[in-house]
Design a binder for this molecule. Structure first.
Ligand code: TNX
Length: 534
């Protein structure tokens, strides 16, 4: 049969055939003969091997399709080449996240460089199914167009951070957040678990962290447009270790890595309120009920601070299998250290020049600990101040300069600059009709325009692992509002991470129209006017 190829500009045609996948695949070819494959409750998924990973990927799709088919698809192992049903295989010739999705009227063939890649093929297959397929038991069969897709991401790190400290989200909501990442082929969930306004993870050795540190006195209420009011009822919440394990398992079932963040040495008030000895001053600390940057930070002069940190991180490491652990490192005022005899003593003893170098010492000491446990350290770009260790990875948030500098020094970096990646910022200029936000202006088009490689030469580019969006939740009190802030900007970020080399905003907008039908079917709340009538 004769084939024609879709280029990035062929979206109109694709929409006709309902081939509109976001993020945009690397290569799509569809036969002119309009062939189709129909998935019914009887369609078998054939697995070429019995590995756990492949079973996981297949189980995902089997369960997903049961939403519309009413029953999950049967799975069968078969070493023989089969020419019917949905046939899965892993192929060493493909890269780890690379897959082939080949559909004709007889069968669907999926090959992946790993089970993870097979899972991404299923995400593309999912997007070839009609959006209504997301709704429980509405259709009894799923018809998908014949197509050949060969696809892989441009960046290996595609992340989304959620701040559960400023506002708390239940594990059910966290799982729903993970579902949103899955749809967009984002592979890393960065979980911001401690901050001034709340400590959210149970640490068995330090029960007061959650007993005291997870609750604050003042909570913002009435997030109706334009209003911020405080009442004085306690606000808080935390995750037990069992709940954390449940989320990590859920993420793993969806091929998502969870990177936990335990903030240090700044943003420490919830911990200091629980264990005041961790601070420089002997005083009563309070879990914060307002937003900002606070002078009360962990004391860098006491060994007991490090002992605490190492004990906390030991439990964290047990819960999170990710190779990276995020230690925060941002916005640590140095006033307390300047006035602290123990911090000054440490500076003298180690012949450090100033408090920035003391922070660098703090971070390196923690890094050593993580490394002895076979983990790597990530921190916000302030970890560069006072000297960056050779082996740590930088998350560049204050613009891209931190990431650029890191890459030039041969450190890995992840780009997450405020003016492209902050989903707590306004996404529309019509502020009066928006939920009250922290400020800023990051419309979908701005997210899409991020160039993580800007100002870097070929060699330096190798150190940019990828991109991440950050959703800080000072002004995001509930999950519905969170979805509104995140969608559809997450689709734009995902496309920067997956389809960087073939980005085309107009083409993206055409596909977004179809993706938002899926959001509708999934009952996701998203910002509509930000791309309609643009
Ligand atoms: C800066 S980004 C912060 C957060 C705030 C955010 C608000 C970063 C590493 N620190 O503590 O929530 O701004 O946009």
């Amino acid at each position: 049969c004769s084939l024609f190829m879709f280029t990035a500009n062929g979206a109109g045609k694709r929409n006709e055939l309902k081939i509109a996948i976001t993020p945009l695949p690397a290569f799509i070819e569809a036969p002119e003969n309009n062939s189709r494959f129909t998935i019914t409750p009887k369609t078998t998924i054939y697995l070429c091997d019995t590995t756990e990973g492949l079973r996981k990927a297949a189980t995902y799709f089997s369960n997903w399709s049961s939403r519309s088919l009413g029953t999950s698809l049967p799975l069968k192992y078969s070493e023989k080449k089969i020419n019917k049903g949905i046939v899965l295989m892993t192929d060493n010739n493909l890269e780890e996240e690379e897959y082939i999705l080949d559909i004709n009227k007889k069968r669907i063939h999926i090959a992946g460089g790993s089970p993870r890649a097979v899972f991404y093929a299923f995400q593309s297959l999912r997007q070839l199914c009609p959006p209504e397929a997301e709704i429980a038991e509405k259709t009894k069969k799923l018809t998908v167009p014949g197509v050949y897709i060969k696809d892989k991401p441009d960046f290996t790190y595609r992340g989304a951070m959620l701040d559960v400290c400023r506002h708390f989200f239940t594990i059910e909501e966290v799982k729903q957040f993970i579902d949103m990442l899955v749809l967009h082929k984002i592979n890393t969930f960065h979980w911001h678990l401690s901050d001034d306004q709340g400590w959210r993870i149970e640490i068995k050795k330090y029960p007061l962290l959650t007993e005291i540190g997870s609750q604050r006195d003042a909570t913002i209420i009435g997030h109706a447009i334009g209003s911020t009011r405080y009442d004085n009822t306690p606000y808080g919440g935390y995750y037990t270790q069992d709940q954390i394990k449940e989320v990590v398992r859920y993420a793993d079932d969806h091929f998502i890595t969870v990177i936990p963040e335990i903030e240090m040495p700044g943003h420490a008030l919830a911990a200091l309120a629980s264990y005041p000895y961790l601070g420089c001053e002997d005083k009563d600390y309070k879990v914060c009920g307002t937003w900002g940057v606070f002078d009360e930070v962990y004391c860098a002069g006491k060994d007991s601070t490090f002992e605490f940190m190492e004990n906390v991180l030991s439990e964290v490491i047990e819960l999170f299998p990710s190779k990276y652990i995020h230690i925060g490192g941002d916005e640590c005022p140095k006033k307390a250290w300047k006035n602290c005899a123990l911090c000054q003593k440490r500076i003298k003893e180690l012949s450090l020049k100033n408090e920035n170098e003391l922070q660098s010492y703090f971070v390196r000491r923690i890094e050593k600990f993580l490394n002895t446990h076979d983990r790597k350290l990530i921190g916000w770009d302030e970890i560069m101040e006072g000297g960056l260790s050779k082996t740590s990875t930088v998350m560049s948030w204050r613009g891209t300069q931190g990431g650029i500098d890191a890459a030039k020094m041969g450190n890995y970096a992840i780009m997450t600059p405020t003016n492209y990646c902050y989903f707590d910022y306004y996404q529309s200029k019509a502020k009066a009709s928006e939920h009250l936000a922290i400020g800023g202006y990051v419309p979908v088009s701005q997210v899409y325009s991020l160039d993580p490689y800007e100002k870097l030469n070929e060699n330096e580019k190798k150190f940019i692992l990828g991109v991440q969006c950050n959703t800080w939740t000072e002004y995001i009190p509930n999950f519905n509002h969170l979805q509104y802030m995140v969608l559809p900007r997450m689709a734009a970020l995902a496309e920067v991470g997956w389809s960087y080399s073939r980005k085309n905003y107009d083409d993206f907008l055409l596909r977004l129209t179809r993706l938002t039908k899926r959001y509708d079917a999934l009952d996701y709340n998203y910002a509509k006017h930000v791309f309609e009538n643009r």
